[in-house]
Design a protein. Structure first.
Lengths: 164, 442, 161
């Protein structure tokens, strides 16, 4: 079909995209890269009161090889930056990154010699969650936005390196 | 420079790395091990992955601005850090908070201590495999955070304790919320005792593992629950009483053997003692200087500002619901020391003295300026003696601020006590030491 | 048996009379300024009975830039049996910032001295493993000195953007 050669996709590929998006968004395996205080709010949102499991994100995989969502929770310092980069590169495609908390978004209240001013200086980020620490409702809102993003984006089901 | 463990390693052993991003490392520490099969021969710990430059920032910010950074040190019990910092400043300035404010501080400190122990034990038990205990303890913590949120406005990083007292009074229904928090925590503690304290698997993993003698603990500078688990009776609340602890009746649980199980048990007992302290405070707290009820009658703020252009407005002014508890009538009970506190909002917006006091508090060059000198003050934190050492040169910024982090001394001993044990013993040992990254690395 | 603080200070003054510069009280804390050569002697003297100052609470350094004796080491000692805290201070020259290490006496001095070396550049002679504690290998400079700018970053990996 003409459309398919241009890469814009016809009826079949858009349906396949939306089915893949539906499948991927409701079964996110997360890898919480926890460093600092925001970890307390993460623990709170993952437990019984504000449950994350009802959105499909209950299983915390403690290894990057089995995860597809990297949650960077807390401050990243220059000493930790190579570790974060290595963990990101070990994850397999498709992968999404969520910057959780003010320190991960932009360095937070720490503007000094030791803190990276935002993790988007190291890895590409999909969703930014502000707050110091963010309330559980904010986190759930942000994760729903991530799910909408996953639903709408184009998916390649063959192996392809998407971004650096 | 090669690591010490690489320089000392034998040829037939395996060097393994439990890297900075590890689920059992409570954040970010790196443990390097030399293993012979499963037995640990040598161990080295590398930290500093969360060093955020707290002490350098202190030299560039005013005393009031520094308050928010102290919350994020030991982030599981933030109000205790606030109290330590503020009481060091009060020692230098020579002021004392009103009695009701001291009781409010004690109640919130003890709830913070309960949160600290809950988080530590929940993480330790989860890593040993008991996931249910983690969920139960997080549930109890939510009820405590409800009270914190209603009083201070934030669940975790509160910045509530100020020089001269506390920022605002309790809301009008605080006794019910506190009662619910205490009851739910007691229920959770009872359930967790049933699940863990006589559990054969847990006992096998923690009994007689990583035993620490009292002499070794004192030599390493241990304080807090870890020191009390070895049998040494030292608690800053009893040795150097501050706030109203000398008027309250509570016990100090002591351990016998200094192993992991004792550290776990001491924390469970200390939570019960903290809840007893809160109940006594609820009974003894003096009445507020104005009745605690919702303010529904009074002038609207914009009317009061308009009226103040010609003369001083009389009568009560209704503040916005966000500022509930900080009304002018409540001030004698919660804040003292006129030069070092934020004036009440009714004064700031309607008369010139209030405006000038507000201006003088916040502007650079004015504000809290302790006299020249230095002071050290310690409070009992969740992990031990949390000390603040402040050197002031008379200006509004500290010359040097040093935090005596209790976690540093406790974790420094890990390298020695883990030798000779198996690899899987590191997990409960590290968990029972309650390492908090923000305090260790500052 | 309980010894009062005044007796301890008296005994110290008697034994190390010319090496103690002065003893002051500020905001209720006792501060004893000493010469750096006698640090090990004083600490071992106080650790034994009957004084029993068996715990090193804290060890830190202060930078007075502009003074001839730039660095000041501060030690807090604590006695569990008498519930007493003492603070010892000693000054170091800028071009000779070396002092004896307390690692033979107190084990937590190991990490505390590594921290002081990392942040200020003070050398401790006799320390078994003087290596940076907070900052990474390859970081140049000592951050807590007054002439190190607050925002000077030395990234370890190549940053994007």
């Amino acid at each position: 079909m003409k459309n398919k050669k241009n890469g814009k996709g016809g009826f079949i590929t858009t349906t396949l995209n939306s089915v893949l998006g539906w499948g991927r968004k409701f079964s996110l395996f997360q890898y919480p890269f926890i460093t600092a205080c925001c970890g307390m709010e993460y623990m709170s949102v993952a437990c019984a009161h504000y449950d994350l499991d009802r959105f499909g994100m209950g299983w915390t995989r403690f290894t990057p090889r089995q995860a597809d969502m990297l949650l960077v929770v807390g401050t990243i310092t220059h000493k930790e930056a190579p570790v974060l980069r290595t963990v990101y590169e070990q994850m397999t495609e498709p992968k999404w990154v969520v910057a959780f908390g003010a320190c991960a978004v932009s360095g937070g209240i720490y503007d000094n010699y030791a803190v990276v001013q935002g993790i988007d200086r190291i890895i590409p980020v999909d969703v930014y969650i502000p707050g110091c620490p963010p309330r559980p409702e904010t986190i759930i809102n942000a994760l729903i936005k991530l799910q909408e993003k996953i639903q709408k984006e184009g998916h390649e089901w063959r192996f392809q390196r998407k971004r650096s | 420079m090669k690591y010490r463990i690489q320089q000392e390693a034998r040829e037939d052993t395996m060097l393994i790395n439990m890297g900075p991003s590890h689920p059992a490392m409570h954040g970010t520490t790196r443990v390097m091990l030399e293993l012979d099969g499963e037995k640990i021969i040598n161990c080295e710990l590398e930290m500093g992955y969360l060093h955020r430059g707290f002490e350098k920032i202190c030299e560039n910010k005013t005393y009031f601005n520094m308050l928010i950074y102290t919350d994020r040190m030991n982030y599981v019990s933030p109000l205790i850090n606030n109290t330590g910092y503020v009481m060091t400043l009060e020692k230098m300035l020579g002021i004392e908070a009103p009695e009701r404010a001291q009781y409010i501080r004690v109640i919130l400190n003890e709830f913070s201590r309960v949160c600290d122990h809950l988080t530590a034990l929940a993480a330790m038990c989860m890593e040993c495999g008991a996931f249910t205990v983690f969920l139960y303890m997080m549930k109890a913590r939510e009820y405590i955070w409800d009270l914190m949120e209603q009083t201070t406005g934030a669940r975790m990083t509160t910045s509530f304790i100020r020089v001269g007292g506390v920022r605002s009074d309790f809301p009008f229904d605080w006794k019910e919320t506190t009662r619910i928090a205490i009851d739910e925590t007691r229920k959770v503690l009872k359930d967790c005792h049933v699940l863990m304290s006589k559990n054969k698997i847990f006992l096998n993993r923690t009994r007689d593992v990583a035993v620490v003698t009292p002499e070794m603990a004192i030599n390493y500078g241990w304080t807090g629950p870890c020191l009390r688990s070895t049998g040494v009776k030292y608690d800053v609340r009893k040795a150097f009483p501050y706030l109203v602890y000398d008027q309250l009746d509570f016990e100090i649980p002591l351990g016998e053997r200094g192993d992991n199980f004792d550290r776990y048990m001491i924390r469970m007992q200390e939570m019960e003692q903290s809840l007893r302290i809160v109940e006594q405070c609820m009974a003894k707290i003096p009445k507020p200087s104005a009745p605690t009820q919702q303010v529904t009658k009074g002038m609207e703020p914009n009317e009061a500002i308009k009226a103040s252009r010609t003369k001083k407005p009389e009568g009560r002014i209704k503040l916005s619901p966000n500022l509930e508890g900080t009304e002018k009538e409540k001030y004698p009970g919660i804040l003292a020391g006129k030069k070092y506190i934020i004036p009440p909002k009714e004064d700031t917006y309607t008369n010139i003295e209030g405006l000038i006091n507000h201006f003088k508090f916040f502007m650079r060059g004015h504000g809290i300026r302790p006299p020249k000198g230095e002071a050290y003050f310690a409070v009992e934190g969740g992990s031990g003696e949390l000390g603040f050492y402040i050197i002031s040169d008379g200006t509004d910024k500290p010359y040097r601020l040093h935090l005596r982090a209790p976690c540093l001394h406790i974790v420094a001993a890990l390298e020695e006590i883990v030798r000779g044990n198996f690899l899987a013993d590191i997990i409960p040992t590290f968990g029972s030491m309650n390492m908090i990254g923000g305090e260790l690395d500052r | 048996m309980a010894i009062s603080k005044e007796k301890i200070l008296e005994d110290l003054k008697q034994k190390f009379s010319d090496n103690i510069l002065d003893i002051t009280v500020q905001f209720g804390d006792d501060i004893i300024r000493i010469k750096k050569e006698v640090l090990l002697d004083i600490v071992s003297f106080l650790k034994n009975d009957p004084y029993a100052f068996t715990m090193l609470l804290d060890l830190t350094c202060v930078d007075y830039m502009g003074d001839e004796e730039r660095y000041e080491m501060v030690y807090h000692l604590f006695s569990l049996s008498h519930k007493l805290r003492l603070r010892f201070k000693t000054r170091l020259q800028e071009n000779d910032c070396k002092i004896d290490s307390l690692t033979p006496i107190f084990k937590n001095a190991n990490w505390l001295e590594r921290e002081a070396y990392d942040m200020f550049g003070v050398h401790f002679s006799g320390h078994p493993y003087l290596r940076r504690l907070f900052m990474y290998d390859g970081f140049e400079g000592h951050p807590l000195r007054k002439d190190y700018p607050l925002r000077k970053q030395q990234p370890k990996i190549q940053l994007r953007k």
